[in-house]
Ligand binder design. Structure first.
Ligand SMILES: Cc1cc2nc3c(=O)[nH]c(=O)nc-3n(C[C@H](O)[C@H](O)[C@H](O)COP(=O)(O)OP(=O)(O)OC[C@H]3O[C@@H](n4cnc5c(N)ncnc54)[C@H](O)[C@@H]3O)c2cc1C
Length: 397
């Protein structure tokens, strides 16, 4: 419930910021009409704290009206003028997993797309399993902005009441999902590595206590159930080309004043380590056992010969052997290449959690008891400093 107290001074600041034109000034007092979605933007802008939203106790609420598994569609810049943005792979991974959840719940799988211009995105979204695409097309959505995007999503959620919503645990998803959760006053399970349905609820599993245990989390007292999932964790389904998704166009009245962050300059680094490592087919990774930055550089040559990207353990990053954007593991990237070569990495659980989904893992370590051998398909007990140059020589031949 939204209320305006007598503290209202009739300043009208709340009127233009309301994305849904839900505020009228009546007798010099702000008054909400039925278009109000309780998004809370007016509460934030009111200089005299005259507007309050009272939310019902979660446990007392009836959730039977909350239906549908939603996936937030993340777009990446391409730098290409004709197709300036493309859907990020994590969206397809979430749709692939969301399809299974929606089938089990017997609910729709819906993609939520916020963009300034649609480039037939619904075709790809449909191919990966979306039944519907809630699409908001607006000039103000030309680039990601926390305030604007969260406001639009909160209004869509209030309007359509999904039972669950999934985001990629990407830079954008990690920024957006908590904002949406806090505005809706619901929980959020970050960095899930597995999702399932249990008693009609979303069972969200994620590593806890430094990756030593898996925590299963249920949110029985709030809707929607929100989760972020790391890229490369969920298996991609085979796209069904030609499978159509229904497009539901949603209007949003967005005002520039919502945008509290102004972008002054934009630089697109197309080949940043983070972006490349997450989609690499071959990763040549090194750890503390590589000993020096110079010796670590040999891994660059080896990965170049294999058409791959260099990865690093956190110890290697901390020692300055490689930039943080190349770190693999719990606090780095989650990767799933076809081939993962590991040199001088012990295989701590925090490293393993980020690379165990690789198709083939080959590990080189001096210590026959190194835990990395537990996940490796092929293990070589030996000195990386002897083996790396030999591999380079052999590949060059
Ligand atoms: C909250 C948290 C998050 C973390 N996140 C991450 C993360 O994202 N990624 C990550 O990697 N770690 C992470 N860590 C750190 C992790 O626990 C380990 O400390 C780290 O992975 C160790 O890196 P390493 O294997 O390179 O070094 P070490 O554990 O020191 O292992 C070095 C290995 O090199 C071998 N070796 C030595 N010389 C040679 C040689 N000449 N040839 C072959 N082998 C040799 C040794 O036998 C040893 O097994 C995290 C820790 C915490 C607490």
């Amino acid at each position: 419930m939204i209320e305006v107290s007598n503290k209202c001074i009739g300043c009208t600041k709340c009127v233009p910021v309301c994305p849904f034109a839900a505020i009228n000034m009546i007798d010099k007092k702000a008054t909400m009409n039925e278009a109000c979605t309780l998004c809370g933007v007016c509460v934030q802008i009111c200089p005299v704290k005259a507007i309050t939203i009272t939310r019902e106790e979660a446990s007392a609420r009836d959730f039977s009206g909350f239906k549908g598994v939603w996936v937030y569609v993340e777009l990446a810049e391409t730098g290409d003028k004709t197709h300036p943005k493309k859907i990020k792979p994590v969206t397809f991974e979430l749709l692939s997993e969301g399809r299974k959840l929606a089938d089990e719940l017997k609910e729709d799988l819906c993609a939520v797309l916020l963009t300034d211009k649609n480039h037939n995105y619904e075709k790809e979204l449909g191919a990966y399993g979306a039944d519907k695409v809630y699409m908001v097309e607006h000039d103000e959505l030309f680039e990601y902005n926390t305030d604007i995007f969260s406001t639009v999503i909160v209004s869509l959620v209030n309007r359509h009441k999904p039972s669950a919503m999934l985001y990629g645990a990407s830079i954008q998803g990690r920024d957006l999902a908590p904002r949406v959760a806090s505005t809706l006053y619901v929980g959020l399970t970050a960095d899930c590595t597995a999702l399932a349905v249990k008693d009609g609820l979303l069972l969200q599993s994620r590593p806890a206590f430094g990756g030593n245990i898996m925590a299963d989390i249920l949110s029985p007292n709030s809707r929607p159930q929100l989760a972020t999932v790391r890229p490369n964790v969920m298996k991609l389904a085979e796209p069904q080309l030609g499978r159509a998704a229904v497009v539901v166009r949603e209007a949003a009245k967005l005002d520039k004043s919502l945008r509290r962050v102004k972008v002054l300059e934009r630089k697109i680094t197309r080949d940043s380590g983070a972006a490349r490592i997450e989609s690499a087919g071959v990763i040549v990774s090194g750890g503390r056992g590589m000993k020096t930055k110079d010796k670590f550089k040999q891994l660059e040559e080896l990965s170049g010969l294999l058409g791959g990207v260099v990865g690093a353990s956190r110890a290697a990053v901390d020692l300055g052997f490689k930039e943080k954007t190349h770190q693999v593991g719990q606090s780095g990237a989650t990767v799933s290449p076809k081939l993962y070569l590991s040199f001088g990495i012990s295989g701590a659980v925090q490293h393993i959690v980020g690379m165990k989904a690789s198709d083939v893992i080959i590990a080189v370590n001096k210590d026959p008891n190194a835990p990395i051998f537990n996940v490796a398909k092929y293990g070589i007990v030996g000195d990386a400093h002897e083996i790396v140059p030999k591999l380079i020589e052999a590949l060059k031949k």
